[in-house]
Design a protein around this ligand. Sequence first.
Ligand SMILES: [Zn+2]
Ligand SMILES: [Zn+2]
Length: 431
Amino acid sequence: MVNATPPLCTLIYHLKIKLYLLWTKSHISDFVREKVLGQVGSESVHGVEWKFLKFVEEPNFGPGFPIETVYVTGDLILEPLKDHCQWSSNEICSNLLLQVKPGGNRIGPLAVNTLLTESTQSHSLKLPPTLSCQEYPPGVNIIPMRSKTAQPFHTTNLIVFTNGNNQVKHESSPFIAHGEAMIIDPGCRSEFNKELAEIVTALPRKLIVFVTHHHRDHVDGLSTVQKTNPDAHLLAHENTISRIRKDDWTLGCTTVSGTEEICIGGERFKIIFSPGHTDGHLALLHVSTNSLIAGDHCVGQGSAFLDINSGGNMNDYFQTTYKFMDLSPNALISMHGRVNLWPKHMLCGYLKNRRSRESTILKAIESGSKTLFDIVAYTYADVDRNLWVIAASNVRLHVEHLAHQNKLPKEFSLENYRRSCSQFTIHVGKL
Ligand SMILES: [Zn+2]
Ligand SMILES: [Zn+2]
């Protein structure tokens, strides 16, 4: 299957006379070619002979179809490319990514896409043939595995970190844990335990298991990991550990609060406390590439739901989003969906979306809505009613956030409203 619309395409500049173009299968057209060349400042290139080079099928990361890419080479005859195209060679991309500083200029998607799809991937990870994997940034392997996650997703990204030179470069930093490999969020369905065990068996024994939060689609594979490697050591927030089933993890375990660092094969990972989705949610920053593993704070498509029953909190969610923006990551890896290569843009989109929902909710209250049901019916009037129960959880957190900011009108009774919350599902059921 092929995407209905061609994605942004990438041009890899090579030796100033060769062009490598790639785009989704069956979308090779003059229009796409012009668009790609336009992106790198060479709008009209004629007299190029195109030849098929290779076909690559990427993992199925999200609700959409997996991306299929065709690489085509061409000889450029008529004009040389402009100087600013030079950065898009593989080597230069790789160097740019490693040299980039927090707060510095963003690495363009063209550069990063080159890394994502080209042969710079080290393939150091032994993977069962039924699974696919994308390595980005170098050493960070993202394996979408079937899990009991919420629609529209059906996989949770298992992150496996194996790279590193095994030399501890930062002796002065007091690491909370050292390992030769790390896996993050083993949350696959039990049908995939065999594959998970194969992955763990192939990794070094000194294994750190990091869990961003306690939801089943992030911890379902823990018992398989501990059975496969009894030397594995778990790191998570105490609010997460207290919610993990006792028989899922009986091995060594360290609670972390989000100020610590982990050292894996000489590479640093900073733990970032990131509450909002739950009250024990943690993210991880891969320091050398400034890439953020963001857990469920963000998802590859649409907006994230906050878990009101596990300390989900809208104020925390906003604060964590600001914290992520301050980090200026070069890439954002969420546990559902693809890597995001323009995190600032994505995080701004999240803020905009939440603020707009919150202002509609305030409008509903100012227009006389008194109960949770009234507010949801007003705010989600144009959304399928089957989704109202899920939406209600975020609405409740927005109302509490408005109360926290003293934005609610005086005549609105928070007490009566809170009492109405328990009636919500009965009310929806009667529709
Ligand atoms: Zn979650
Ligand atoms: Zn999840």
